[in-house]
Design a protein around this ligand. Structure first.
Ligand code: BG6
Length: 478
């Protein structure tokens, strides 16, 4: 049973609220019927009445598959709106009064979530004003603050943001979202590794030759060009999502399954990574091409992108983790927009057998076993292994052992639903600790500051040819 609570969203008239938060709140709070009393209070600068806010929300809920009646009933029973107007201290005081009034009306226990679904430039003012009017603590219950990415744009800005948050909130109140951590298959990496003894004993430099983490997207920047052009793939994807996957794959077994124990192990991985060398990084930008049979404009032709933009839409980079488990094993992280298909996958390539007994029969080569963990779409695991083709002497062929989540469990829950549940339950395991953010930025900031060359690739291809040298021996893309 979830604690009774008031869920307050800043930026409640925005895209994230409509596309992700409202549907996830509905699934969590109503459909699962696991919740105590609750109310949702949206805020933004817009001047909306409760009814106008609900009308917007009803639209979003209809798109989530609710009937008109279901949407109306849920929105009227639980949704409210308070404008922040000019965002003066008086506006925040009015917000505090409204919070107390709603808590009385719904008979809530004083537990509060403040969810900042805001652009980063709005964080400072919001956090400061919340602190100034005393909303950083609740007299009766708990108060939690949720911060969406991007969490800073380099090491200095991430530190400043952490300092600002810590001025008003203790770390155990802070939930930094990386939505990849809410994906069921990402969480399962831990169970896969620490719930099964067979692989863990092979999970080291003795047996693993390389690890490849790929997040390929078959979409361009869409309507987010304004944000993306200032960010680029290193900041948008590598620093957070791919690095989170890396830490889960590389970390030591934590002492317990508690949030702090797990996050401590992830931080240790980040601290063990060697400074990244410029020659180990290849950046790319897509040009005009064809994707899924459709002509795609080049990145520089996208609306909102400067015609001479050097922002990278593709990154391939090689890391070394200098610890006892991983010394000498390359970890290659790769992500890009407008690649031929959408796939998020981790491939662990094991070392070849030392001798190929069967080569003399027909020239068979030594092949490596590869464990492929597919995080999306078609979530599952595949292990490649060698078998003898029947009746052909010692002809050896690669086959796969496969497991697909959907076959076993049906459709998987949405990441945001999982994350919201953990916030209300006070479980920080799937949220990024202040030290993780800083350790990650410490790694990538020097590379970002070097302004490395950006190579072109046509939309619909697997990235610039210059990246091939980092990918030699990686399992094939498609
Ligand atoms: C977001 C990035 O964090 O993650 C987007 O800002 C990217 O650029 C998205 O498309 C990918 O998320 P998912 O869940 O679709 O893999």
């Amino acid at each position: 049973m979830l604690d009774s609570h008031l869920f307050i969203v800043f930026g409640a008239t925005g895209d994230l609220m409509h596309r992700k938060l409202l549907p996830a709140l509905y699934d969590l709070l109503l459909q699962d019927a696991a919740s105590g009393q609750y109310a949702i209070l949206g805020t933004s600068r817009s001047q909306l009445s409760d009814e106008e806010f609900r009308a917007q929300a009803r639209e979003a809920m209809r798109e989530h598959g609710l009937t008109k009646k279901e949407a109306e009933r849920w929105c009227s029973a639980h949704l409210h709106f308070q404008s922040l107007g000019e965002q003066s201290e008086a506006d925040y005081q009015a917000l505090a009064d409204r919070i107390e009034a709603l808590e009385k009306e719904y008979d809530l226990a004083g537990n509060r979530v403040f969810y900042l679904a805001l652009p980063p430039q709005a964080f400072e003012d919001t956090l400061t004003k919340l602190g100034q009017v005393g909303l950083n603590r609740s007299e009766k219950g708990w108060t939690r603050i949720v911060v969406e990415k991007p969490f800073g744009h380099d090491l200095a800005s991430a530190r400043e943001l952490n300092d600002l948050i810590h001025r008003y909130f203790a770390e155990d109140q802070v939930y930094r979202i990386d939505h990849y951590l809410g994906k069921e298959t990402v969480q399962n990496l831990m169970v896969f590794r620490f719930g099964n003894a067979i692989f863990e004993s092979l999970w080291n430099r003795e047996h693993v030759e390389r690890v490849d983490i790929l997040v390929a997207e078959d979409l361009g920047v869409g309507s987010r060009a304004g944000y993306y052009d200032r960010s680029g793939a290193l900041r948008d994807m590598i620093q957070n999502h791919l690095t989170q996957l890396l830490t889960l794959i590389a970390m030591e077994a934590p002492a317990t399954a508690e949030a702090d124990a797990i996050r401590h192990e992830k931080i240790k991985v980040l601290q063990s990574i060697q400074p990244i060398q410029a020659e180990d990084v290849v950046l790319g930008q897509y040009t005009r091409g064809v994707l899924n049979g459709q002509p795609i404009p080049g990145y520089r032709e996208e609306k909102g992108v400067a015609s001479d933009s050097n922002t990278e839409t593709y990154v391939a980079l090689r890391l070394q983790i200098a610890n006892w488990r991983w010394q000498g094993v390359p970890f290659v992280l790769r992500t890009g927009k407008c690649l031929p298909r959408q796939i998020t996958r981790i491939a662990v390539t094991f070392r070849r057998p030392p001798v190929m007994l069967f080569r003399s029969f027909n020239g068979c080569e030594l092949t490596r076993n590869v464990l492929t963990i597919t995080l999306q779409p078609d979530e599952g695991f595949d292990l490649s292994f060698e078998v003898k083709s029947p009746a052909k002497g010692f002809q050896v062929k690669t086959e796969h052992l496969s497991f697909r989540y959907e076959d076993a469990f049906g459709p998987l829950p949405d990441a945001y639903r999982t994350l919201l549940e953990d916030i209300v339950n006070g479980d920080q395991t799937l949220f990024v600790h202040a030290q993780e953010v800083e350790a990650s930025w410490k790694l990538y900031t020097p590379i970002i500051e070097q302004r490395l060359p950006v190579y072109f690739y046509s939309a619909g291809t697997w990235g610039p040819t210059e990246a091939q040298r980092l990918l030699t021996d990686a399992p094939p893309d498609a």
